[in-house]
Design a protein around this ligand. Structure first.
Ligand code: AMP
Length: 348
């Protein structure tokens, strides 16, 4: 074991896969999570259960680790900042402040002359009436929405009268893009400003939840290069340390738009575990722990299938070929649409 102890905030499947990758390269891990039954628990060397705002628990966590990272972006900013004053947090909490908020995130991207969908800030119903040009569109909560949560599809102003929207929350209205494809680019940026970047991954969503991902993405060379270049610009501008994912839309006319940026390892990158010499998880650990950077090499093409809800029951009984890798997150409870596991199929 190296002497370094990595603290990971969050105990879902991403935290578990980070801890597993850390173990492989002899980094000890402590996971801090507000769910005592967190699925990542069994992969970490130590596990701390408690509220993300509980100062005593946070101090206990800080005392046990040398460096801290997180597996999801919605950790209270004050907690990350408090920790960062005592032990380094990577990526820097300032990144979260921008990316936790869809409006700040889109403003940030547009300032870099990188395209997003057209959008407007919505605080009251009037704001939608005044921006009917953005319809059909999606009304999304500015904070805390993921996998389609907190989102309303609006086809016309008339429809607005039939939906009960809680305007205590802030929203953005985003023009609906006629999607040809969705892709993501995963990049790991290291402290010496160098990076490793994975090729674009093609993603299919169903009901706003990722269904499957594959490499190579079936896209033209211009989009392939532009999507990687934009991911580099975004990571550099954020002075980012660790693994980051940029999700993109491609419309029917082959225009590329940034949809969102995840300051963490990402579901679409699960196939990197089996398809590359270094996974997105190991690269993240290497970057935040200041370890040696290894030149990335693809070994296989691959497809990843997300296993949601009770689909897991059938997979648990299934026999797999030797090019198929089944991951069971071993979550205690099966819930509708909950991510329960994934399958990666390697191809030539
Ligand atoms: P999000 O939570 O914003 O990433 O949205 C989840 C999924 O919903 C995306 O991956 C798309 O499949 C779909 N979606 C979100 N926003 C739009 C949009 N403006 N136009 C078309 N599809 C969208």
């Amino acid at each position: 074991m190296s002497n370094l102890v990595l603290g990971i905030i969050g105990g879902g499947q991403l935290g578990g896969m980070l801890a597993k990758a850390a173990k492989k390269i002899n980094i000890e891990t402590v996971i801090f999570c507000d769910d005592s039954e967190a699925s990542a628990k069994k992969f970490a060397d130590k596990f701390i259960f408690g509220n993300y705002k509980d100062k005593n628990i946070i101090d206990n966590f800080i005392n046990k680790v040398n460096v801290v990272t997180f597996e999801f972006e919605n950790i209270p900013f004050e907690t990350l900042e408090y920790i960062n004053n005592i032990k380094p947090v990577y990526p820097n909490p300032s990144v979260n402040k921008i990316l936790q908020n869809r409006l700040y995130e889109k403003n940030f991207v547009n300032k870099l002359n990188i395209k997003t969908t057209q959008y407007v800030s919505v605080k009251k119903k009037e704001d939608i009436n005044l921006n009917s040009i953005l319809l059909p569109g999606l009304l999304k909560t500015v904070t805390l929405g993921y996998d389609g949560k907190g989102q309303y599809k609006l086809n016309s102003i008339d429809e607005l009268n039939n939906i009960n929207i809680n305007f205590d929350k802030e929203y953005i209205l985003e023009k609906f893009v006629n999607l040809k494809k969705e892709i993501s680019v995963i990049i790991t940026r290291f402290k010496n400003k160098k990076y490793e970047i994975y090729e674009p991954i093609e993603n299919v969503h169903e009901n706003q939840i990722l269904k499957n991902s594959k490499i190579p993405a079936n896209i033209n060379d211009n989009i392939r290069e532009k999507s990687k270049e934009w991911a580099q610009i975004i990571a550099a501008e954020l002075n980012y340390i660790g693994t980051l994912c940029v999700e993109y839309f491609i419309d029917k006319d082959d225009n590329l738009y940034v949809n969102e940026i995840a300051p963490r390892v990402h579901n679409s990158g699960h196939l990197t575990i089996n398809a590359f010499n270094v996974s997105q998880f190991e690269n993240h650990v290497r970057a935040v722990c200041k370890l040696e950077q290894i030149k990335l090499k693809k070994i296989y093409n691959a497809e990843m299938i997300n296993i949601l809800g009770d689909q897991i029951v059938k997979y648990r009984k299934k026999k797999f070929n030797n090019n198929e890798f089944f991951f069971d997150y071993m979550k205690k409870e099966i819930k509708l649409k909950r991510k329960m596991g994934h399958l990666t199929i390697l191809k030539n």
